[in-house]
Design a protein around this ligand. Structure first.
Ligand SMILES: C[S@@+](CC[C@H](N)C(=O)[O-])C[C@H]1O[C@@H](n2cnc3c(N)ncnc32)[C@H](O)[C@@H]1O
Length: 345
């Protein structure tokens, strides 16, 4: 939540009643999503101190509703107002303006693209089945994949990639495979940090469309090969080819049995002494403050990605790694959401 008081709709008698807050929380998300979709924060950043008339004209929105909407943004501390002119709050300037290095508007879109999943929660509960936002008609498939990959990327650039690089310890490694590598958000910084490293990234074609742009813009196309396919198809018949492997954001969308199979597969394709890096949103023992997010996140994954999705326990992940033969396992928990586990063959 951006503003400290932004979810507190009521005071007085109702203070302390959590239901009042919960009822209205979707308003915040909708206001935030709409501002990002309209490009409101970028418009204000570029023109600074904008009137409602100017904003409505540029965004082609109704002036009367726009004025009220902008006041809602102010109440949520997304905007500030001086006289009749609006300005971005520090949080909006930092996180919601695309040119900012900490921009996370794509993550706002990706998460809220699952709006209809939550609208259809009762149907999900009855069917026990997931549905992606392009299957339930909320958005088209191209938009889904663009926002999905760009949203994951936002997390990488906001500190996660730095954390992975600083815990990877790949100094003597030469050949890395990124299994389910998405748009290359981690393989690029790893290759930048380790100039001796060559790498392959395997993912489906929708992810690779974004990866191709990012890898090319990083000037690493000669060191990173993009391979269209599944992890399973690409590694079939492969043994001891790589000295390092990365599984990031993949375990969480698979059942425990499948994760064990993926670890066994990684073990099989690594040379002796090879390193597997597993990065994911594991439940971390001893962090009770994460319980709410862990629980809701797992539910979101199950209704929107796959019924088998699971926020695995980091302790259980370590056990699975040991079971398939990995040793010297180090766990780094993170305040930036994802933990990093490093294991050796
Ligand atoms: C949550 S995203 C993570 C992307 C990237 N690794 C990151 O951490 O930003 C999961 C990715 O894994 C890919 N993926 C999952 N299972 C896969 C499989 N069996 N074969 C290929 N790609 C897979 C998905 O297509 C998606 O791009």
């Amino acid at each position: 939540m951006i503003g400290e008081n932004s979810t507190q709709f009521f005071s007085g008698d109702q203070t302390g009643n959590p239901i009042f807050e919960m009822i209205y929380q979707y308003w915040n998300s909708a206001i935030l999503r709409t501002g990002v979709k309209l490009g409101l924060f970028d418009l204000i950043e570029q023109n600074n101190f904008c009137s409602a008339e100017f904003i409505a004209r540029k965004l082609e929105t109704d002036l009367r509703f726009t004025e009220i909407y902008l006041d809602c943004c102010m109440a949520l501390e997304l905007l500030t107002k001086d006289g009749d002119r609006y300005q971005n709050s520090p949080a909006s300037s930092t996180y919601l303006v695309p040119s900012s290095p900490a921009y996370m508007g794509d993550l706002v879109l990706h998460i809220t693209n699952h709006w209809r999943n939550f609208e259809r929660l009762e149907a999900h509960l009855r069917s026990g089945k997931h549905e992606s936002p392009y299957e339930n008609g909320f958005i088209d498939k191209d938009t889904y994949w663009r926002d999905y990959m760009a949203g994951q990327h936002a997390r990488a650039v906001s500190g996660q990639a730095e954390m992975l690089v600083s815990n990877a310890e790949l100094h003597n490694k030469r050949f890395l495979i990124d299994l389910g590598g998405g748009m290359g958000s981690y393989i690029v910084p790893l290759c930048q940090f380790y100039p001796e490293l060559k790498a392959e990234l395997v993912d489906v074609k929708e992810a690779l469309a974004q990866a191709a742009l990012y890898v090319a813009s990083s000037g690493l196309s000669d060191r990173i090969e993009l391979i269209e396919g599944t992890i399973e198809s690409h590694t079939k018949g492969v043994k001891e080819r790589y000295d390092s492997a990365l599984l990031s954001g993949v375990a969480v969308i698979h059942s425990e049995d499948r994760v064990r199979e993926l670890f066994a597969l990684a073990h099989h394709i690594l040379v002796r002494g090879g390193v597997l890096l597993v990065q994911d949103s594991f439940k971390v023992g001893g962090m009770p403050e994460r319980k709410l997010m862990d629980t809701l996140h797992e539910f979101y994954l199950k209704i929107a990605f796959t019924e088998k999705a699971c926020n695995h326990n980091s302790e259980r992940i370590v056990e699975l790694l040991r079971e398939v033969g990995f040793q010297d396992i180090k766990v780094r928990t993170s305040t930036t959401q994802l933990s990093v586990i490093r294991a050796c063959k």
